[in-house]
Write a protein that binds this ligand. Sequence first.
Ligand SMILES: CC(C)(COP(=O)(O)OP(=O)(O)OC[C@H]1O[C@@H](n2cnc3c(N)ncnc32)[C@H](O)[C@@H]1OP(=O)(O)O)[C@@H](O)C(=O)NCCC(=O)NCCS
Length: 177
Amino acid sequence: MGVQIARPAPPAFELRVPLEGDADAWFALFDDAEVMRYIGDGRVQPLEWYRAFVTRQQALALETGLCLFSLVRTGTAGEVAGFVGLQPWTKPWGPTGRLELGWRLGPAHRGLGLATAAARVCLARAATRGIRQPVSMIDADNTASIAVASRLGMTLQSEHVSPSGARVLAYGFAPSV
Ligand SMILES: CC(C)(COP(=O)(O)OP(=O)(O)OC[C@H]1O[C@@H](n2cnc3c(N)ncnc32)[C@H](O)[C@@H]1OP(=O)(O)O)[C@@H](O)C(=O)NCCC(=O)NCCS
């Protein structure tokens, strides 16, 4: 049997309903073709898009208590690292109407365990609201994101083809019996 080396916890963080200023932070983090490579049609979004996105997430949080939360590094003077959380999958293809658990980090904040740890917090928040079957929609080539889903205990549930022709995998939790 191999020796287990204890790893320190990921850096300290909090998840908050996004503030207006988080649009600027997300735009700065995600204005990067590599970050957006496996998201939608792969295009980066302008600042205005993130402003509207923050407004949508604030409304969702008011309505449901859940949203794509801003992930804030509390050990580094409140630096915004990305977002993690849940929002309805509203596209006409795939698991329309279900809640999608999603994550997106700026490049400097990867490889620290933050996405997985934050997703666990979101799953606990969702469970207190009776939501136990979120789905994660992941491009089949997005190995880093598939690894997050796997670490959370999610498994492949179905496969889809997006309108832009990408193979997208739906990861979820097997229903408990
Ligand atoms: C998907 C994405 C969030 C994954 O980020 P990530 O940093 O790999 O995931 P985590 O934050 O959970 O970190 C896990 C990594 O940190 C490492 N790690 C380092 N210290 C750690 C610690 N203390 N605890 C846990 N993991 C740690 C893990 O080993 C793992 O690395 P590995 O996969 O090379 O083994 C990131 O690649 C991303 O934002 N991509 C662009 C946007 C995107 O595609 N979003 C998903 C759309 S479906």
